[in-house]
Design a binder for this molecule. Structure first.
Ligand SMILES: NC(=O)c1ccc[n+]([C@@H]2O[C@H](COP(=O)([O-])OP(=O)(O)OC[C@H]3O[C@@H](n4cnc5c(N)ncnc54)[C@H](O)[C@@H]3O)[C@@H](O)[C@H]2O)c1
Ligand SMILES: O=P(O)(O)OC[C@H](O)CO
Length: 332
């Protein structure tokens, strides 16, 4: 039998809720695609479980991420690796899917320790704000690692994709259509339909800002204002950017919305840190820090009045405004 000489090796950097589902999707495809090695390494930020066992060892024994995706088999070709450098060193396709606040540290740790021919993709929603301005996570990866970085975003709640309910996502790429199509083949399944567009910034921004919109929706739910109010808040707040966010606002079933609902129900008396710790069992909220980052960018540029929804969400999150402001500002 003749094997292709240049088979690609994939490593998933991250093993939370979406990271584990991404590994499952990819592993189902590498078994079928002749130009990929079957094995998919998944970097695990090591944790000791209440049983005293190490998470990475339990994943390899049970083929399940018992903490972040319990009850779902990842595929026998997924190998959990707790050593970050070991996880990435042989891969030429790196899939980044950690909470965004950890990415800069991860990039610094692996800089100079990856193959020269690496192609990267980010599934991460978030941004870093520097003195020079905002930096989306795909740009952060490119800057630190010197690699091309696509993005994959969509109306994707990981737990639903894990049980193979139909959904879709978009790969955003800069120039190389061939690479984008390779990523599409790696992720696409009958229940996860992936397409590609030549627009990294648009795809990544929609995915990222959706988490702030989801907080606004959660505040309205917590105030028990109903669906009409929720739709009105979205439309008024985003009127200048309606088209951009039409798809994003549909994704309201996730963790950001849920925690924001609890925050508003408690009248803002319990912080998001507390709610995250109580409600998410180690999973991380991205919307609250994204709201802060977006606020800093808007404030720096003098654009706060142009994006009242984003500004109000941040001020509610930090306790400068009560949750009811999400409705009041729209009425003014
Ligand atoms: N979960 C979803 O439905 C979903 C869907 C689409 C996109 N996303 C995005 O994917 C990204 C990753 O989210 P997730 O759901 O896979 O993660 P998660 O919130 O479920 O899990 C948190 C992860 O962070 C790890 N972690 C904790 N402390 C760490 C540290 N100091 N350094 C490095 N890692 C640490 C944990 O081990 C765990 O793997 C986020 O940007 C999120 O917005 C999530
Ligand atoms: O659970 P959330 O709120 O982080 O949302 C999950 C994804 O970002 C939805 O696309």
């Amino acid at each position: 039998m003749k094997w292709p000489i240049n088979k690609s090796r994939v490593t998933v950097v991250g093993s939370g809720n979406w990271g584990s589902v991404a590994a499952k999707l990819i592993a189902s495809n590498t078994l079928k695609l002749a130009d990929f090695h079957d094995e998919v390494r998944m970097w695990v930020y090591e944790e000791v479980l209440p049983s005293g066992d190490k998470l990475s060892e339990v994943i390899n024994q049970t083929n399940e991420n018992v903490k972040y995706l319990p009850g779902i088999k990842l595929g026998n070709n997924v190998v959990a690796v707790p050593d970050l450098e070991h996880a990435v060193r042989d891969a030429n396709m790196l899939v980044f899917v950690t909470p965004h606040q950890f990415m800069e540290g991860i990039c610094k740790r692996i800089s100079g320790k990856i193959r020269e021919d690496v192609e990267a993709i980010s599934l991460i929603k978030g941004m870093e704000v520097k003195r020079e301005g905002p930096c989306m996570i795909s740009s952060l990866i490119t800057e630190h690692l010197g690699v091309n970085c696509c993005v994959l975003m969509g109306a994707n709640i990981a737990n639903e994709i894990a049980v193979e309910k139909f959904s879709e996502a978009t790969v955003g790429y800069k120039e190389n259509r061939e690479i984008a199509e390779k990523w599409v083949r790696l992720f696409n399944t009958p229940y996860f339909m992936v397409s590609a567009v030549q627009d990294v910034a648009g795809v990544e921004l929609c995915g990222t800002l959706k988490n702030v919109v989801a907080l606004a929706a959660g505040f309205v739910d917590g105030l028990e204002m109903g669906n009409n109010t929720k739709a009105a808040i979205m439309r008024i707040g985003l009127r200048r950017n309606e088209g951009l966010f039409q798809a994003a606002v549909l994704i309201l079933g996730g963790r950001n919305r849920k925690c924001a609902e609890a925050f508003a129900r408690n009248g803002g008396k319990r912080s998001f840190d507390e709610l995250e710790a109580d409600m998410l069992q180690g999973q991380k909220l991205q919307g609250v820090s994204t709201a802060k980052e977006v606020y800093e960018v808007l404030s720096h540029r003098g654009w706060l009045e142009l994006f009242p929804l984003f500004a109000t969400v941040h001020e509610i999150c930090i306790g400068s405004l009560p949750p009811t402001s999400i409705v009041e500002y729209s009425q003014s």
